[in-house]
Design a protein around this ligand. Structure first.
Ligand SMILES: CC(C)(COP(=O)(O)OP(=O)(O)OC[C@H]1O[C@@H](n2cnc3c(N)ncnc32)[C@H](O)[C@@H]1OP(=O)(O)O)[C@@H](O)C(=O)NCCC(=O)NCCS
Length: 163
């Protein structure tokens, strides 16, 4: 199957943060940002696999700085690595104060999406990824490391339970 370039599936979601997204102090809920990350990641994964996808795991979600009511949130999602039916998608979140134009990097997330059929069963054979730039190649290497660590942790926990 023809590899698909990272740039072919990149997705950008832009959303204004209103009062219903925030607490009384005017800070946007972490869960609101997580939901948007999930949506942006799903869009990139669907574009890559051209199939339905489900969220299998949020491997990492970092909150670097608070997001405020009135900020314009931009979420950039790109596929970092592809395996049999699963993909790691990286999401970078930036918050812009529309009045001052100041842009801050507020969140990063790594989310594993799995391509599934109409019955929700994983389907293999999604196109391989073509990482073209040095940054894309670094992200792919780092995603492989995260997957290796995740599988090693799972095996170790299973061994501990059956001991
Ligand atoms: C994700 C799901 C489809 C995996 O199904 P499964 O029967 O465990 O399938 P498999 O064991 O064959 O795993 C399929 C792929 O998912 C990956 N996967 C499964 N669980 C995972 C986890 N917790 N973290 C990361 N990857 C995972 C496997 O590594 C495998 O990847 P690969 O095919 O690229 O090697 C299933 O657990 C599911 O439907 N979960 C609920 C998803 C959901 O409701 N999400 C929220 C709404 S979208």
């Amino acid at each position: 199957m023809e590899p698909r370039a990272v740039s072919e599936s990149r997705a950008v979601l832009v959303q204004w943060m209103g009062p219903s997204d925030a607490n009384a102090a005017g800070f946007v809920h972490g869960g609101t940002v997580m939901k948007l990350c999930d949506e942006a990641a799903a869009a990139a994964a669907i574009r890559h696999a051209r199939s339905r996808v489900v969220t299998a795991a949020v491997d990492r979600m970092t909150f670097l700085q608070p997001v405020h009511v009135g900020d314009l949130l931009t979420l950039q999602a790109s596929v970092n690595a592809v395996w049999r039916s699963s993909m790691e998608v990286g999401v970078r979140v930036q918050s812009e104060n529309p009045a001052s134009g100041r842009v801050r990097h507020t969140n990063s997330a790594y989310i594993t999406m799995v391509a599934v059929d109409a019955d929700g069963r994983p389907v293999g054979g999604i196109p391989p990824l073509r990482a073209e730039t040095a940054d894309e190649q670094r992200r792919e290497r780092e995603a492989q490391t995260r997957r290796r660590n995740r599988l090693a942790e799972r095996d170790e926990l299973q061994r501990g339970r059956s001991a």
